[in-house]
Write a protein that binds this ligand. Structure first.
Ligand SMILES: Nc1ncnc2c1ncn2[C@@H]1O[C@H](COP(=O)(O)OP(=O)(O)OP(=O)(O)O)[C@@H](O)[C@H]1O
Ligand SMILES: [Mg+2]
Length: 380
C-alpha cells in the first residue's frame, strides 16, 4: 500500500507541492523540514506529500498541528478494515439503493425519475420494469433533469445536467448541444456503459442561488456513528461551483470553492479555499462575500444527517451531500469513501475535533492503526 510510486504521482507532487513550497517566502528552513518529515514518517508513516498538502512546511504550522491531519491512505485503509463493512457500503455507493433507503426512512432526496441501462446483446435501452428508455425520456415533464451514473460517478464526473424542451417532440440540451431521446441515449451510453440514474434537477434555495446560480451548491457534512450509537458530526463545508461549471465538486483545478461551516451555528467562515489552495473572501464570479453568512435551516440539516446516518449501522463513517431547497434541506447523496483531503483542507484537521477523534482512537484500539491515531496526545 505504501509504495505505489509512479511517474504521474511524482510529477503531480513536484508541480503541486515542491515548486509552490520553494516559492513560498513563509516556509520553514530546509533542515527543520527534513527533521520534521523524519519525525512524522517514523512516528506515524506520514508521507512527505501530506506534509506539503497540509502546509507543514509553513512557519505558522507547528509540528504538533501538522500531525493532527489524518493521511488519506491510512484513513482509507482504516475505514475499510474497521469502520465501514464492505458488505454494506453498496447502500451508500449505489445512488438508486440510497434513494430507496432514504424513501423508506422518510428522508427527503432529489426526485427520482428512473434508472436506465443499455443491453449490449439486444442493443436495447431499458428503464425499471423493462420500460423502453426512449418512452421514459419522452414522458419527462420536468424542465431540467440530471442524468448520472448510478454507482461509478465521482467528483462530478459523468454528471449530465440537461435542459428539457417539454414540447411534444422532446429535445434535450446538454452543454449547448441538442439531442432527441434516441440520440441522447446513444451519446450517454457511448460515454459510460453502466446504469444511469435520472433525477429532476433541483431548484436550490435562494441563499445558494445568490452565491453561484449555475450549479446546485451542496454542503458536505461528515459523520461517524459512535459505538454508543450516537452520531458524531465531525465537520462541514459548503461547496460552491464556479467558472460556468454545472456541478459544485471541489477536487481538481477546475473544481469549486469550499467554505468551512461552523457545525454549531451554520455560519460560514470568512474565507473559502480551492483545490490549488487559493483563498477567496468572495465568490470570483458573483462577487458575493462569505463573511457573516449563515446557512438557513442549519439545525434541520444536522438532525437530518443524524437521522440518515442511523440508517447505516454498518457503514459508520460517511460524507453527506446536502442540498437546500426553499422549504428545507434534502440529501443528494452519501459517500462511504468521502475525500478527507478536501474535508480537512476546507475545514480543519481530524485531530482538532476531540469527540470525533477520540472515537477514531477507540475504533483503532487493538489494531495496527492505534499508534497513528493515538499519536496526537504525545509530542513527537
Ligand atoms: N438532481 C440534481 N439536481 C441538480 N444538481 C445536481 C443533481 N444531482 C447532482 N447535481 C450536481 O452534481 C454534483 C455531483 O453530483 P453527485 O454528488 O450526485 O455525484 P458525485 O460525482 O458522486 O459526487 P461526489 O464526488 O460528491 O461523490 C452535485 O454536487 C450537484 O452540484
Ligand atoms: Mg457528490
Amino acid at each position: 500500500m505504501f509504495n505505489i510510486i509512479n511517474k504521474s504521482r511524482v510529477t503531480y507532487f513536484y508541480n503541486e507541492f515542491i515548486i509552490k513550497m520553494f516559492r513560498d517566502k513563509e516556509r520553514k528552513p530546509l533542515l527543520q523540514q527534513i527533521k520534521e518529515l523524519y519525525l512524522l514518517a517514523r512516528a506515524i508513516k506520514y508521507w512527505p506529500h501530506n506534509y506539503f498538502k497540509y502546509d507543514g512546511y509553513k512557519k505558522n504550522k507547528s509540528l504538533d498541528e501538522v500531525k493532527l491531519y489524518s493521511t488519506g491512505l491510512l484513513f482509507a485503509q482504516f475505514r475499510q478494515d474497521y469502520i465501514n463493512d464492505c458488505r454494506y457500503t453498496v447502500f451508500a455507493d449505489d445512488k438508486f439503493l440510497f434513494h430507496k433507503l432514504m424513501a423508506d426512512a422518510g428522508i427527503p432526496t432529489a426526485k427520482l425519475i428512473n434508472v436506465i441501462s443499455h443491453n449490449a446483446f439486444t442493443n436495447e435501452y431499458k428503464g425499471l420494469n423493462s420500460v423502453n428508455a426512449e418512452v421514459i425520456l419522452n414522458a419527462i415533464t420536468a424542465d431540467a433533469i440530471v442524468i448520472k451514473p448510478v454507482i461509478d460517478s465521482q467528483q462530478g464526473a459523468g454528471v449530465n445536467v440537461i435542459n428539457v424542451n417539454t414540447n411534444i417532440a422532446k429535445k434535450f440540451e446538454v452543454s449547448g448541444d441538442t439531442y432527441d431521446s434516441t440520440e441522447l441515449l446513444k451519446k450517454l451510453f457511448s460515454e459510460y456503459s453502466g446504469s444511469y440514474l435520472i433525477e429532476e434537477k433541483i431548484q436550490q434555495h435562494s441563499f445558494n442561488h445568490r452565491l453561484y446560480p449555475e450549479a446546485v451548491n451542496t454542503i458536505r457534512v461528515d459523520s461517524l456513528l459512535a459505538k454508543s450509537g450516537e452520531v458524531i458530526i465531525n465537520s462541514a463545508y459548503l461547496r460552491i461551483g464556479r467558472n460556468g461549471r454545472k456541478v459544485d465538486n471541489w477536487s481538481g483545478k477546475q473544481g469549486g470553492i469550499g467554505v468551512n461551516v461552523n457545525i454549531q451555528t451554520g455560519a460560514l467562515s470568512s474565507q473559502g479555499i480551492d483545490y490549488c489552495k487559493n483563498l477567496y473572501s468572495e465568490h470570483p464570479d458573483t462577487g458575493v462575500s462569505f463573511s457573516g453568512l449563515e446557512i438557513p435551516y442549519w439545525d434541520e440539516i444536522i438532525n437530518m444527517v443524524k437521522e440518515a446516518a442511523l440508517q447505516f449501522p454498518n457503514v459508520r463513517s460517511l460524507g453527506w451531500d446536502i442540498v437546500l431547497i426553499e422549504n428545507g434541506p434534502l440529501i443528494l447523496e452519501v459517500n462511504g469513501d468521502y475525500d478527507i483531503l478536501a474535508q480537512q483542507t476546507c475545514t480543519q484537521a481530524f485531530g482538532k475535533n476531540n469527540l470525533f477523534y477520540s472515537e477514531l482512537i477507540s475504533y483503532s484500539e487493538n489494531t495496527e492503526y492505534f499508534k497513528h491515531y493515538a499519536i496526537n496526545h504525545q509530542h513527537l
